[in-house]
Design a protein around this ligand. Structure first.
Ligand SMILES: Cc1cc2nc3c(=O)[nH]c(=O)nc-3n(C[C@H](O)[C@H](O)[C@H](O)COP(=O)(O)OP(=O)(O)OC[C@H]3O[C@@H](n4cnc5c(N)ncnc54)[C@H](O)[C@@H]3O)c2cc1C
Length: 463
């Protein structure tokens, strides 16, 4: 049996930052990671072909924060490797390309008259308050704020594809937290009054490490080990010995661990199940198809959102648009994000079959790159997005209440707290978990609800 002051489950960025903070403060810490390396969802996969290196993050990452201390921490670790990148995004919809954020010049040029006219009528109803705001579910949230036209054309097909369920079965919380404008009034303000401040801001610049976000956890691993911390990889926690109040022992296939405190960043539903509570919470998975291309540039865009329901990917991204070092000189690459559920058709589909479908989709989107593909591969993540279905909030609360009875357990991180948060917030929750153990001046609720504000989804980065 191995013993330490603190045991951390998961070597993603939140587990690692918790470990660093605790080790710095004299605690003996062991981190257990089920995969062969650290990083979790913040890894960078590498493909080498003909001595050329192509790098792909787990989905397009960008670092934005208004936490100066956290930014300093990242800057110290990554030094000159931390670049400033600019975001440029477009929405691809029915063979048309819309700039994002929307702007009136582009809309008038690109959108069909019928859509513009119907949206205008919707906006009049919304401005005159004929259409009342309805938060019952995602569908009502969107259609009561943006009108039926935009809902049917853009939001419904994209959301159905992303989440794999009808938008009426999705919680309105997702819209609350993730739709960057409040309603059509807000859209109009942004469109017609260039400098008019709206409640939410859109961050167009962000921080990005030269060789992909996976470099961050690798550097954090070194710091943690230099402080005396121990990381054991290929070590999956699969059982606990516990009573009504405390987790006494943590088991893997090969070892038993004992610690005074346990920080867990493993998915909330898996953690609670192992402790005797079936939460009913679910995650949506992603399959990433990566293509190495014999072309200088694929497009000028960081992100291209594919809203058509009958096309597989939800997003296409070109890693080179974040950092030139992500693909070899003179060549580029793209990554397609394809939503799925673990063990469904897409998850299990052979790579060559997936490629054939995606090639057809790309052709429909007017990207003819068939003879430019040098190589390809795919990888997946089971816990990409917390599924915010209509009852998720109650299920999450019940699960948290259940786990709170274990006085030596603190949940942290994106999966651990079941929150759709980015890596800055995930790291903050890890840090808070460490602070909870060190001086208890925060509560577990503070960690679960950290940055839960509904009005701001993107703060302008303090870079
Ligand atoms: C598609 C996508 C795009 C994203 N884009 C951005 C972005 O642009 N900007 C941004 O800031 N953030 C982004 N994020 C979020 C960011 O990657 C995560 O918030 C962050 O990496 C989460 O870190 P974590 O440590 O909380 O969780 P994770 O990285 O999931 O770490 C948890 C770790 O626990 C391990 N684990 C799980 N179960 C066990 C077990 N039983 N035993 C041992 N170990 C276990 C896992 O293997 C994993 O390593 C994105 C995420 C995704 C999926």
């Amino acid at each position: 049996m191995l013993q330490s002051d603190v045991l951390i489950i998961g070597a993603g960025v939140s587990g690692l930052i918790a470990g660093i903070e605790l080790a710095k403060n004299g605690k003996s810490v062991i981190i257990l990671e089920k995969h062969s390396c650290v990083g979790g969802q913040c890894k960078t996969e590498i493909l080498t072909k003909n001595n050329d290196t192509y790098r792909f993050d787990y989905g397009g990452h960008r670092f934005i924060t208004n936490n100066e201390k956290l930014l300093n921490f990242i800057e110290d670790i990554l030094g000159d490797d931390l670049l400033i990148a600019k975001r440029k995004s477009v929405i691809l919809h029915k063979n048309r390309v819309y700039e994002y954020p929307l702007n009136i010049k582009n809309l008038l040029k690109v959108a069909p008259f019928k859509l513009l006219f119907a949206s205008f009528i919707d906006s009049v109803k919304i401005i005159l308050n004929i259409s009342k705001q309805d938060n019952t579910n995602f569908e009502t949230w969107i259609s009561s704020r943006f009108g039926k036209t935009l809902y049917n054309n853009f939001f419904a097909p994209f959301s159905k594809k992303l989440w794999g369920i009808e938008p009426k079965n999705l919680s309105s919380h997702w819209a609350d937290q993730r739709i960057s404008l409040l309603d059509l009034k807000d859209v109009m303000k942004k469109l017609f009054f260039k400098n008019k401040k709206t409640v939410r801001t859109y961050a167009s610049t962000y921080r990005y490490p030269k060789y992909g976000f996976g470099t961050l956890p690798l550097k954090m691993e070194k710091i943690f080990k230099d402080l005396g911390g121990k990381i054991i990889t290929n070590e999956e926690v699969n059982k606990f010995t516990f009573d009504n109040k405390t987790i006494q022992l943590v088991h893997t296939n090969t070892q038993t661990y004992k610690a005074k405190d346990i920080i867990s960043t493993m998915p909330l539903n898996e953690m609670s199940l192992k402790l005797g509570f079936n939460s009913g919470l679910k995650f949506r998975s992603l399959r990433f198809l990566c293509l190495c291309l014999n072309i200088e540039d694929f497009s000028p865009n960081t992100w291209q959102y594919v809203s058509d329901y009958d096309l597989l990917p939800t997003r296409i991204q070109e890693p080179k648009r974040r950092s030139n070092y992500m693909s070899p000189k003179g060549k580029s690459s793209i990554m397609l994000e394809i939503p799925c559920n673990k063990d469904d058709n897409i998850w299990n589909m052979k790579e060559d079959k997936l490629l054939e479908i995606v090639k057809k989709d790309l052709k429909r989107l007017k990207f003819d790159i068939e003879d430019k593909i040098i190589d390809y591969f795919s990888f997946s993540t089971e816990h990409a997005y917390t599924l915010m279905d209509i009852n998720y909030s109650e299920k999450r609360e019940q699960t948290i209440n259940y786990l709170n009875k274990f006085d030596n357990l603190i949940m942290a991180g994106r999966q651990g707290t079941f929150r759709y948060i980015f890596l800055d917030t995930a790291m903050e929750t890890g840090l808070m978990a460490a602070q909870y153990i060190l001086n208890k001046n925060i509560t577990k609720e503070n960690i679960y609800n950290h940055r839960n504000e509904k009005t701001v989804i993107e703060t302008k980065s303090i870079v």
